[in-house]
Design a protein around this ligand. Structure first.
Ligand code: ADP
Ligand code: MG
Length: 703
């Protein structure tokens, strides 16, 4: 039990003791002096300026007044003390229920004091209950270390009850700085601080707790955020570097005939973005290193096309390729879609899913093993042990977040030549750039940022229950023109009864208003057997059904170019990214398309903002950025299952994009010169990287 330096347990600090210390450890994870110093305020109170009583508003967080006591009253048998103060602009009442005796002695009429607290409204007037009261002194720094602002720290009810108030925290930090700061070792090398304009650690830590002024606080924050993001990027980039050097990849030098034949018979021109991305992929595949690439592109941007051409490169070099999708419906869709592109190549392909028949499955297994199948599309069925490839050279994974690490590494082991296959992960969920840099910082990223020409924008409309009849008329009008309509119900929780009830009630209402045989409605949801699901899905995809009532099952897949209307019920229950995904299901054909967001009448401020954004922008990346700002990076679609692999203590992926850029550029520059960080001048970087905090849970890559 070290009691010196940063290891000193906080129970030995004045005012703490074992009880409070244990509580601090439980509630905040603060154990020793070092932890305490690295526990930063989440906001600040400016005690450097005073507000005029006339300007005080009840919605202000905290205010500070300098006012003279006019009258002191003891009310309610001495249980309540009321102090009337004035600063010349107005009067205010200060109310005390506790510590009255002590206050009563201290506070005299005619004397000026400083009052600090939260304004509230009582009987139509603004007052403050239990404000902090300080005497006015010559030099008026009210907080420690000559600071003008006071830090406010995250706390809990339990801590407050144990007497660990804001003021106690501030005092504690003051002591911590006095005793501990000297032991804190600089965590960034001199040359990086100089080059990136960063203040030293001691200055930063002192000012993050007790800012001397706004400028010092900004500098402190910048330095600490930079440090955090820098080491994170350094860690990711180093992993990437090590892998690209160490991991041998299958060398695929040519594009091959199959690629050329397919390319030559495409009914359209590839977009510039598609061409660029294919070049990036092709360069990886011929490099002799294993490809680990993330392909991002909005729904409808033509990722499938890229997947097909990439697979054909593998085949052209004598290898097999597999395309793995998260759901049966999606796998079928992919399989169907790629047939038309594969036709001119004569390459044999197959579909393998959980519902493939045993006989068929055996045949496919055999054909994969002897190499007669070139491209296999499927679900998790592809990673079963019985599946053996003759020579798997490329694995394409669609919507990667639905696969766990374990599953992916099983796919990896399926390569029989001992060299891991190239890996391309495709996602249609636009991920904010800062998040992608963190989640996939060790992957190469390609982005298709352009839609094929001729797409008409999808008009998005907000509607409520009272306008339902009008909406039904609109649907009928579209159906009369030969179009099809999606009606989607939220399915937040597969097992939630309520969700099914609303889907069932909704479907019933649709069938009443769109009676058979004039209208044909298909229903798809997660509880149906695969055969039933497939049958209903096909009915809609083939145009036999006019309306598809579905849960968000259809979110990821489904290409029905003739569908021109997407109705999203209870749209306020979906996140922005999810709404955007759903909307991407229409607007795929040449007709003008519509997305109708049905919501309740009363919306929270946040829901309202979301719906408004949906109505005004179609840019998936913009929406993802907003989603992250509103919900934080941890809750974003696509990261939910895995959670963030890192814990940021001060930097924010939603707000600190510019600092992240600078930190990454700096990390790149360091690794450019010294990829393995072996030089003497990088000794400190090596040491820091070993810290627990920067050990990133690695789930984004396949190997
Ligand atoms: P994603 O998988 O990115 O959502 P898809 O690959 O399914 O997008 O493409 C959507 C539709 O656009 C498909 O019908 C596809 O055939 C078509 N498509 C793809 N690339 C082009 C292109 N360059 N020009 C015209 N249409 C294209
Ligand atoms: Mg797709």
């Amino acid at each position: 039990m070290a009691q010196n330096g940063l290891d000193m347990e906080i129970q030995f600090l004045p005012g703490m003791g074992p009880k409070r210390a244990t509580l601090m450890q439980k509630e905040l994870g603060i154990y020793n002096l070092g932890d305490l110093l690295r526990f930063y305020p989440f906001r600040y109170i400016d005690k450097s300026s005073f507000i005029a009583i006339a300007d005080a508003r009840p919605d202000m967080a905290y205010i500070q007044l300098k006012a003279t006591i006019m009258k002191v009253e003891l009310l309610n048998n001495g249980k309540r003390m009321s102090i009337w103060v004035s600063d010349g602009t107005g009067e205010m009442e200060m109310v005390f229920f506790k510590g009255i005796k002590w206050m009563h002695e201290k506070l005299r009429t005619g004397v000026e004091f400083i009052f600090f607290g939260k304004p509230t409204v009582f009987n139509g007037r603004i007052n403050m209950v239990h404000p902090e009261v300080d005497a006015v002194t010559q030099d008026t720094p009210q907080t420690g270390c000559g600071a003008t602002m006071t830090g406010v720290y995250n706390s809990t009810e339990k801590l407050k009850n144990a007497g660990v108030t804001g003021k106690v925290m501030n005092k504690l930090m003051n002591t911590a700085l006095e005793r501990g700061l000297q032991y804190m070792k600089e965590t960034l090398p001199e040359h990086i601080m100089k080059q990136c304009g960063l203040v030293p650690l001691h200055f930063a830590v002192r000012n993050i707790h007790f800012p001397k002024d706004m400028t010092s606080l900004e500098k402190a924050r910048y330095r600490l955020k930079f440090e955090e993001l820098f080491y994170l990027q350094l860690s990711l980039l180093k992993q990437k570097y090590v892998r690209s050097r160490a991991e041998v990849g299958i060398r695929m030098p040519k594009v091959g005939d199959a690629f050329n034949r397919c390319y030559g018979s495409l009914p359209f021109q590839l977009t510039h973005a598609q061409k660029r991305v294919i070049t990036e992929i092709r360069n990886d595949m011929k490099s002799g290193h294993q490809m680990n690439r993330l392909l991002q592109g909005d729904v409808g941007s033509g990722k499938t096309m890229v997947a097909v051409l990439t697979s054909l490169i593998a085949i052209g070099n004598g290898y097999q390729a597999c395309i793995m999708a998260p759901t049966e419906v999606l796998a079928q869709q992919h399989y169907k879609n790629i047939q038309k592109f594969l036709a001119p190549t004569g390459i044999r392909s197959a579909l393998l899913t959980g519902s493939s028949r045993t006989s068929e499955r055996r045949e496919i297994h055999a054909a994969l093993e002897d190499g007669s199948i070139g491209i296999i599309v499927g679900t998790h069925a592809l990673i079963e042990d019985q599946v053996i490839f003759r020579n798997l050279g490329l694995a394409i994974i669609d919507e990667q977040h639905r696969f766990g690490v374990e599953q992916r590494s099983r796919l990896w082991r399926k390569s029989s030549c001992g060299i891991p296959p190239h890996v391309l992960v495709m996602t249609a969920t636009p991920i904010p750039r800062t998040l992608a840099m963190t989640l996939y910082g060790d992957l190469d990223v390609s982005v298709i940022d352009e839609l094929p020409p001729g797409r008409k924008p999808v008009q998005t409309i907000h509607s409520t229950e009272s306008k339902r009849p009008a909406m039904y008329r609109f649907m009928k009008d579209q159906i009369a023109q030969g179009r099809q309509v999606f009606v989607v119900y939220p399915l937040i929780n597969e097992t939630e009864k309520l969700d099914y009830q609303s889907l069932e009630a909704g479907a019933e209402d649709i069938m009443k208003n769109f009676p058979f045989p004039d209208y044909k409605t298909a229903i798809v949801h997660g509880k149906q057997l695969n055969d039933v699901k497939k049958f209903n899905m096909d009915a809609f995809a083939s145009g036999r059904a006019d309306i598809l009532v579905a849960t968000s099952v259809i979110e990821v897949g489904v290409d029905v170019p003739n569908a021109s209307v997407m109705v999203i019920e209870s749209a306020e229950r979906f996140g922005l990214s999810q709404l955007h995904q759903l909307r991407g299901r229409v607007g795929r054909g040449s007709e003008k398309s519509f997305c109708i967001l049905m919501t309740g009448h009363k919306l929270s401020k946040e829901s309202k903002h979301r719906i408004e954004l949906m109505c005004t922008t179609e840019n998936g990346f913009e929406l993802a950025e907003e989603d992250m700002k509103m919900r934080g990076p941890g809750d974003l679609e696509g990261t939910q299952q895995s959670g963030l692999p890192i814990n940021l203590s001060i930097a924010s992926l939603a707000k600190d994009g510019l600092i992240l850029n600078a930190a990454r550029a700096c990390a790149e520059a360091v690794l450019d010169k010294d990829p393995t960080l072996t030089s003497d001048s990088n000794q400190l970087l090596r040491t820091e990287l070993r810290k627990e905090k920067y050990q990133i849970k690695d789930y984004s890559k396949i190997s």
